[in-house]
Design a protein around this ligand. Structure first.
Ligand SMILES: [Zn+2]
Length: 413
């Protein structure tokens, strides 16, 4: 058949997505598959079963990244890689990440069904811990593989219950023996839901990001003095939570203050001892700053630190700051980005050039290989929530774009 007429099977893609959505399904219609949890293991087991049925060369590395290689005519040629992640946020959605892995799987199934031979091998990948919720930071599987994060540092990260990353990886049986080390890659494609409102607003089917914003993560620890709330007068208190409250508002006001294109968020807070009877003596909260302009983000952080310092001194609540993670903005490969646009055009799908405000494994992959992403609309722009949704026909369209982009790259010599 004419390769241009190849299409993925939208029904089969939906079935795979629906089966995955049963693993860690939540009452509110979402999923909770935290990294290296029992649910993560279950999803991996299902993926492994499906990959095995396709007669791929399978490999699991020491970070738990799963690779399945479909050979090409020139098996010595560097492969095309395609994939995403299967872990989720707590009470997360059914599409984030998993669509990119199931989309890649559907692409390989389509090529197999049609007996399509490519010059280059194609490797499907499921990256470990993209979300960074249970173990921070995010995107550690691709980060270590790409040589941008240290394996042993990631191994030593602990979750809120004091469980270590490497022990949990071992416990679920996915600590492979292959080193997590990059190899030459001809092209990397990642298919993902948009997770924002732009495509819906623009009434476009396919989003083509030119890159990903820079992301800066900080952890702030504020110390106060605990005391009985009744007998302790208001003057002279060292209330860690009140100090934190002032700091959090500074974070919220930061983008307007700095101008330019930026967002800043506090999404997580822990208060101790968390009793209505005791003045809080310790809090921990996170700060997330994102911008396409790395310099602006850095200046914003310096400004914020000054404000934090002032508040801490005034309230007599010392702070400790951990600069947890920082990645600069990531421009994608112009040629591959254009290929996504051209492919969408040829398939008759209205498309839109944009910037990704969310981080993805593509961030680290773009340091290893020419990289591009394909977005499809999120209904209502909602993501990282249980109501996260994307129309099935849109999932199918995006997977067809993925198919033809992958195919073109894999036919190159
Ligand atoms: Zn994701």
């Amino acid at each position: 058949m004419n390769r241009g007429n190849l299409r993925i099977d939208g029904g089969r893609l939906r079935t795979a997505m629906e089966e995955m959505a049963t693993i860690g399904a939540t009452a509110g219609g979402g999923v909770q598959r935290l990294t290296l949890s029992d649910e993560d293991k279950q999803a991996r087991d299902v993926l492994m079963k499906w990959l095995n049925e396709m007669d791929l060369e399978l490999m699991i590395d020491e970070m738990g990244n799963i690779f399945g290689k479909r050979g090409g005519k020139g098996n010595k040629l560097s492969p095309v890689m395609v994939g995403s992640h299967m872990d989720s946020q707590p009470k997360g959605g059914r599409f984030d990440g998993i669509l990119g892995v199931m989309g890649a799987l559907e692409v390989l199934r389509t090529l197999n069904d049609n007996g399509v031979e490519t010059n280059r091998p194609i490797i499907i990948v499921d990256w470990t811990n993209e979300e960074g919720t249970r173990f921070s930071p995010a995107m550690v599987g691709s980060g270590v593989w790409a040589g941008q994060l240290d394996r042993d540092w990631v191994y030593g990260r602990v979750d809120i219950n004091g469980k270590r990353f490497d022990e949990e990886l071992e416990r679920i049986g996915y600590k492979g023996d292959q080193p997590a080390e990059k190899w030459p890659v001809h092209a990397y494609y990642e298919y993902h839901i948009e997770q924002g409102p732009v495509l819906e607003r623009e009434k476009k089917l396919i989003g083509v990001p030119k890159g990903i914003v820079g992301i800066h993560w900080y952890d702030i620890y504020v110390e106060g003095t605990a005391n009985q709330v009744g007998p302790t007068p208001m003057e002279g208190r060292n209330d860690a939570l009140c100090a934190g409250a002032e700091m959090i508002l500074k974070v919220n006001e930061l983008p307007a203050k700095m101008g330019g294109n930026m967002v800043a968020t506090v999404g997580e807070i822990h208060n101790s001892p968390n009793s209505r009877n005791i003045i809080p003596d310790w809090i921990h909260f996170t700060v997330d700053i994102r911008s396409w302009d790395d310099e602006l983000a850095t200046r914003a952080w310096e400004d914020l630190k000054m404000d934090f310092g002032g508040i801490a001194t005034r309230r007599g609540c010392p702070i400790r700051i951990e600069e947890t993670w920082e990645v600069g903005h990531t421009p994608f490969d112009n040629r591959l980005v254009k290929r996504v646009v051209d492919t969408a055009d040829q398939l008759g799908y209205p498309n839109h050039s944009m910037v990704s405000g969310a981080g993805h494994d593509a961030t680290y992959m773009s340091q290893v290989a020419p990289t591009a992403m394909i977005f499809v609309p999120s209904i209502g722009g909602r993501s990282h929530v249980e109501v996260e949704n994307t129309r099935w026909e849109d999932c199918e369209a995006g997977a067809n774009v993925l198919l033809h982009c992958v195919l073109r790259s894999a036919l190159e010599v």
